[in-house]
Design a protein around this ligand. Structure first.
Ligand SMILES: Cc1ncc(COP(=O)(O)O)c(C=O)c1O
Length: 399
């Protein structure tokens, strides 16, 4: 009998992955995944880039690269990030293999078995898995309409068995769909200052805003780089170019960067050079901003279609957010309705989503669910939301 590591016992199979299998049934309308629409990928632009690489660029693409990333991409990405006001000169930038790896590196850097970490409830499932696989004790802090609840955060920050870090997704939260207010971000910083609790700021969706009015709210907390709190900023090419590139990044204070570089060396030595060359050229040829503009517009159309449908079809006692960016709408059903029962009915009728329990660090929530509008056209949204709204109206009755 192979003797597996004890740390594996804290990992449960991702319900998202299990549901994805159902989501591939022919004809089913899937609001389950958080992946961009295949039809929106910049395939022609990338073909053009590949066909016009110099010999030196081609060779770089096939070769191993430095652990922290190809210098040319670090430079071009650095300029892109400087546009968000991020402090590139006083921190260090590292390319990672998706931002999932960025989160996993930080988990390895900080967590000893049994350490407490603070997360939002609900929380991105990939972060929950990364923290649990390092045997962390997760404490979920609730969200309200402006962000994480400060009263709960203050209580946690005062505890003697202090958490190692707080992980936040303030920009078009996955799964909550929420955009933090500037005031709430400021309160997070003041609460953490002087506590030695590191802040991990995950900005996977910030570029996918729908309304220009929101731009001031998209300035990362890291941009101010306040004294007295270490902020580790993560981002990704996945939602603004393609997840198949497997490229993300970390912007870190030097001492944390050094640890993450060592850990990355032991994991994959470097992120794929091939896709780093493509991403670098995508930025340098001025293709990134127009591409983001295009997908942002498309996702906004889909979000508005879904919101209008929900408005028309849902019973008034279901709470949900009208998204201002990103991929997700979060629904809270009346307490007596079980989201799993609604899911079963919906799948029977041809539509799938993810139940909220998946994103609860303790796996308890029973009456919430996440809808993604990123991977369905308007027709599918209209049909699928009608199915889900009917399933909600039928409550817990199973066919
Ligand atoms: C909030 C958040 N962070 C990080 C990731 C990881 O993305 P990737 O590893 O593709 O960069 C995702 C993916 O869905 C996400 O939703």
């Amino acid at each position: 009998m192979p003797r597996f590591a004890a740390s594996l016992t804290s990992l449960r199979s991702s319900e998202i992955r299990d549901l994805m299998k159902l989501a591939t049934r022919p004809g089913i309308i899937s609001f389950a995944g958080g992946m961009p629409d295949n039809n929106l990928f910049p395939v022609d632009e990338v073909k053009e880039i590949i066909n016009t690489l110099t010999t030196e660029q081609q060779q770089t693409a096939f070769q191993y690269g430095p652990t922290p990333g190809l210098p040319s991409l670090l430079e071009s990405l650095g300029e892109f990030l400087a546009g968000k006001g991020l402090p590139l000169d006083t921190n260090r930038l590292m390319i990672t293999t998706g931002s999932q790896q960025a989160i996993a590196l930080l988990a390895r850097a900080f967590i000893d078995p049994g350490d407490r970490v603070l997360v939002e409830n609900p929380c991105f499932i990939g972060a929950i898995s990364a923290f649990k696989s390092n045997q962390a004790e997760l404490t979920g802090i609730d969200l309200d309409t402006e962000g994480i609840r400060i009263d709960q955060l203050e209580r946690e920050a005062r505890r003697p068995d202090k958490a190692k870090f707080l992980y936040l997704t303030p920009y078009f939260h996955n799964p909550g769909g929420l955009l933090y207010s500037a005031a709430r971000k400021q309160q997070v910083t003041s609460t953490l200052t002087g506590t030695d609790i590191v802040l991990i700021e995950d900005d996977a969706y910030g570029n996918l805003y729908f309304y220009d009015d929101d731009k001031p709210r998209l300035t990362p907390i890291k941009a101010a780089d306040p004294d007295g709190v270490d902020i580790c900023y993560t981002g990704s090419f996945s939602k603004i170019l393609g997840p198949g590139l497997r490229l993300g990044w970390l912007l870190l204070p030097d001492d944390i960067y050094q640890r993450c570089e060592l850990i990355k060396q032991s994991i994959d030595a470097c992120s794929p050079s091939f896709t780093q060359v493509i991403a670098d050229q995508f930025i340098r040829r001025g293709l990134l901003e127009p591409y983001i503009e295009r997908v942002r517009h498309e996702y906004r159309r889909r979000a508005e279609t879904m919101s209008d449908m929900l408005q028309q079809t849902l019973p008034p006692d279901v709470q949900w957010n009208r998204p201002r960016g990103g991929f997700y709408i979060w629904l809270t059903l009346p307490d007596h309705i079980d989201a799993s029962a609604v899911l079963k009915r919906s799948i029977d009728q041809g539509a799938v989503f993810v139940i909220g329990k998946t994103f609860d660090p303790k796996g308890k929530q029973h009456n919430t669910l996440r809808l993604s509008y990123c991977n369905t056209n308007e027709e599918q949204i209209k049909t699928g939301i009608t199915i889900i709204a009917n399933a909600i109206k039928q409550g817990n009755v199973l066919s």
